[in-house]
Design a protein around this ligand. Structure first.
Ligand code: F6R
Length: 264
């Protein structure tokens, strides 16, 4: 795991956006894995700005989102498809047919999950997967106890996740308790994974993910197995890390090495 600790949440968004822009500049036909939630919003705003300034194009890219609520149609304002249209897709040059979100209103959601896996495989796999982190250590909707090699499937949300996401629903509105989510195995198959976490309420989950044991009790700890996982944190999210000075030291060494190589 590469651990990058930056002063503020804006710096985290900027770092993430630069990584996406570099990926698309080098490989315009990249397959991108995307996330919803509060964390990626600032990154998406930067990508929209870069696209509008013609610094990056999504015209040849494909995207696969991590998850969707089971029972919400694409047009539902709380669906993750709707979120993606509002916060990214409508404002960039991506072709609508090249964006995929699990189908929350599929007549046969079990089959829809299998098809989602097949679609990802047919696209050649995911080049760069963006992740947020749940306070309980979830990635996608892979809640604690999720199988570490799981594939896209239906998952029951924990009461903690339902409570965390209740802020997006009206008090009298139906809030789904089930989701369709890429599995941990699906996420681990991505060639590169970028997890962003900001704010003090993520600090315990960040500590468990990086310094805790590999365990289904903290699904994000599975990233310890990934060969190219980058975790970008602001100071508040990094605050519970026991070895924080060591991670800063490694990152300074990495940057110095890259600088030396670039100037050879
Ligand atoms: C969203 C997702 C979730 C969120 C996580 C953090 O597609 O898969 O795992 O990334 O719940 O959410 P925020 O960013 O709202 O704190």
């Amino acid at each position: 795991m590469q651990i990058v600790i930056l002063p503020t949440a804006d710096d985290v968004a900027d770092y993430g956006a630069q990584l996406f822009i570099r990926q698309l500049t080098k490989h315009p036909q990249s397959v991108l894995g995307l996330a919803t939630g509060s964390t990626p919003l600032a990154l998406y705003r930067l990508l929209i700005h870069a696209c509008q300034q013609q610094q990056v194009s999504f015209a040849r890219a494909r995207t696969f989102n991590l998850d969707e609520y089971l029972g919400l149609a694409a047009e539902h304002p709380q669906s993750y498809r709707y979120f993606m249209q509002q916060h990214l897709f409508n404002a960039i040059d991506i072709l609508p047919e090249n964006t995929a979100v699990p189908d929350g209103s599929a007549a046969d959601p079990v089959a829809a999950c299998q098809q989602y896996e097949q679609q990802i495989a047919a696209a050649g796999g995911i080049d760069l997967q963006l992740l947020g982190l749940g306070r309980n250590g979830h990635i996608g909707f892979n809640e604690p106890s999720s199988g570490l090699r799981s594939r896209t499937r239906i998952k029951t949300l924990t009461p903690a996740t339902i409570a965390d996401n209740a802020r997006f629903f009206q008090p009298d509105e139906y809030q789904p308790h089930l989701s369709l989510t890429m599995g941990i195995g699906t996420i681990l198959d991505a060639r590169k994974v970028l997890l962003l976490a900001t704010g003090a309420n993520k600090a315990n989950a960040v500590q468990a993910m990086i310094e805790g044991p590999l365990t289904a009790a903290c699904p994000a700890s599975a990233l310890q197995l990934h060969q190219h996982a980058i975790v970008v944190l602001d100071e508040a999210a990094a605050a519970q890390l026991a070895d924080i000075e060591f991670y800063r030291h490694i990152e300074r060494e990495n940057q110095a090495l890259l600088h030396r190589l670039a100037n050879q």
